[in-house]
Write a protein that binds this ligand. Structure first.
Ligand SMILES: *[C@@H]1O[C@H](CO)[C@@H](O)[C@H](O)[C@H]1NC(C)=O
Ligand SMILES: *[C@@H]1O[C@H](CO)[C@@H](O)[C@H](O)[C@H]1NC(C)=O
Length: 362
C-alpha cells in the first residue's frame, strides 16, 4: 500500500526556485488592518477537538518535499503518536491536551519532572513529524531527559494556503511570515554574508504580522506558566528549569518571545531561525531590556542550512544582543554540516543539538 503523500514544507522552502511573488515594499507605518491589496490571512484556527488532535498526531504519512530543497535522505520518517501511550522508543508518555493554552501534547518523563522544554515547531503542514526529532533527542540521552517534560503546542492553522502552486493545504504557523519570507529572507538564501544579512534584517520592510506575534506570544507565555506549575507540583524543590526551544519559524517565534515577554525562562534556544519584525522592535524599543531576565540565549545555525542560512542566524543573534544588552547573555553557535532538517533523525547532528540542551539542563 502506498503511503499517503504529505507535503513537507520547512520554513521558507517555498522560496527556493519560486521567485514569482513580487517584493512588496511598504513605506507606510504598520496599521491594522494592513492596506495591502490582497486579503489579510486572518483565517487562523488555533485549537481543534481532542479527536482531531489525536488523529493528527497519529499520522503516519511519508513526507515529501515538492521543492526538492530537502534531500530525501534528510526527510524524517514519521513517528506516529498515540495519546496516553509512550513515545515509541522512549520512556516518555504522550499526554494530549487539545484545549488552551497547549493545543498540543506533553511528553511526560518517567521520573518526577525537574525541568521542562517548551518546543515550538516550524512552518509546515505536517507538524506531527517533529515527534521524530523529539524521539531522536530523547533516545540520544535517556539519562539527561529522564526527568524532563517536553511541551509541544501546535501552531495556529492558516486554512487552504496555496504554497508553491501545490494543492491548497492547511499550514501551521505561529504568525504570518509570508511577506517577510518573500521579501527579506528570499534575498538572503543565496550566500549572503553576515553583514548583508544583518543590514537586510534591520531594514526589513515586510509587513509584520504583529497581531499574530502578539497572540502566539501570549499563548506560549501561558504554556510556560503551566510548565512551571507542573514542575512545582512534580516535586522539584524551588521549581525547575523551563527552556524555550524552537526550530525554524518556531525559532523565530521563540526569539520574538525572548525579546518582548517577561515570562520567567531559564534559557531560550532558537534553532535555525531568525529575528522577526526587527525593524519595528528597533524603532519602537518595544523589547524589554531590563535586568530582570538573566537567562542565556543560544541561537543555533546549521553550516549546511540552505533554508535559513547560518549568516541569517548569526545576524539575528547580533540584533538580539543589541536589543537585550542588559537582559540576556546571547550566544551564536553553528553546527558544521547541519542542514535545515537533518538533525531530525538519530545521528551526530541530533547529538550536537542534545549537547546544547545538556548545557542548559545540567
Ligand atoms: C507506519 O507506516 C509504516 C510503513 O507503512 C508501517 O511499517 C508502520 O507499522 C506504521 N506505523 C504505525 C504505528 O502504524
Ligand atoms: C482553497 O483555495 C483554492 C485556490 O487556492 C480555491 O480555489 C478554493 O475554493 C479554496 N477552498 C476553500 C474551501 O476555501
Amino acid at each position: 500500500m502506498l503511503p499517503k503523500v504529505s507535503l513537507l514544507l520547512l520554513l521558507v522552502a517555498a522560496l527556493i526556485g519560486c521567485g514569482a511573488s513580487p517584493a512588496a515594499a511598504f513605506e507606510e507605518p504598520y496599521v491594522f488592518p494592513p492596506t495591502r491589496p490582497e486579503p489579510y490571512p486572518m483565517e487562523r484556527r488555533t485549537y481543534r477537538s481532542f479527536a482531531e488532535l489525536a488523529d493528527l498526531l497519529a499520522s503516519n504519512d511519508t513526507l515529501v518535499d515538492p521543492t526538492g530543497a530537502v534531500p530525501p535522505e534528510d526527510i524524517p520518517p514519521p513517528t506516529p503518536l498515540t495519546c496516553g501511550r509512550r513515545l515509541p522508543g522512549t520512556a516518555h508518555r504522550v499526554r494530549c491536551a487539545a484545549g488552551p493554552p497547549l493545543g498540543g501534547y506533553v511528553l511526560e518523563p518517567p521520573q518526577p519532572a525537574t525541568a521542562s522544554i517548551v518546543f515550538l515547531h516550524g512552518f509546515t503542514d505536517a507538524p506531527w513529524f517533529y515527534a521524530t526529532f523529539l524521539r531522536s533527542a530523547l533516545t540520544a540521552a535517556p539519562e539527561l531527559f529522564a526527568s524532563v517534560r517536553v511541551a509541544a503546542p501546535l501552531a495556529p492553522v492558516y486554512r487552504n494556503q496555496s504554497v508553491f502552486g501545490e494543492r491548497p493545504s492547511d499550514f501551521f504557523a505561529w504568525f504570518d511570515a509570508a511577506a517577510f519570507l518573500s521579501t527579506t529572507l528570499e534575498r538572503l538564501t543565496d550566500g549572503a554574508d553576515v553583514a548583508t544579512a544583518e543590514a537586510a534584517l534591520r531594514a526589513d520592510t515586510a509587513v509584520d504580522d504583529r497581531l499574530g506575534l502578539f497572540l502566539s506570544t501570549r499563548r506560549v507565555e501561558a504554556v510556560i506558566a503551566r510548565e512551571r506549575g507542573a514542575l512545582r507540583t512534580g516535586g522539584a524543590r524551588g521549581g525547575g528549569r523551563v527552556l524555550l526551544v524552537g526550530h525554524s519559524l518556531g525559532a523565530a517565534m521563540a526569539t520574538h518571545i525572548a525579546l518582548v515577554s517577561r515570562a520567567r525562562l531559564d534559557g531560550v534556544i532558537p534553532m535555525q531561525g531568525f529575528v522577526p519584525a526587527a525593524r519595528t522592535l528597533l524603532a519602537s524599543k518595544e523589547a524589554y531590556n531590563s535586568g530582570e531576565r538573566r537567562y542565556a540565549m543560544e541561537l543555533l545555525g546549521g553550516g549546511a542550512d540552505r533554508i535559513v542560512p547560518a549568516p541569517v542566524v548569526e545576524a539575528s543573534a547580533r540584533i538580539v544582543k543589541d536589543l537585550l544588552p542588559a537582559a540576556a547573555r546571547v550566544k551564536y553557535t553553528v553546527q558544521a554540516g547541519v542542514s535545515h532538517s537533518n538533525f531530525f533523525s538519530p545521528g551526530p547532528e541530533v547529538k550536537a543539538v542534545v549537547g546544547v540542551l545538556r548545557r542548559f539542563l545540567e
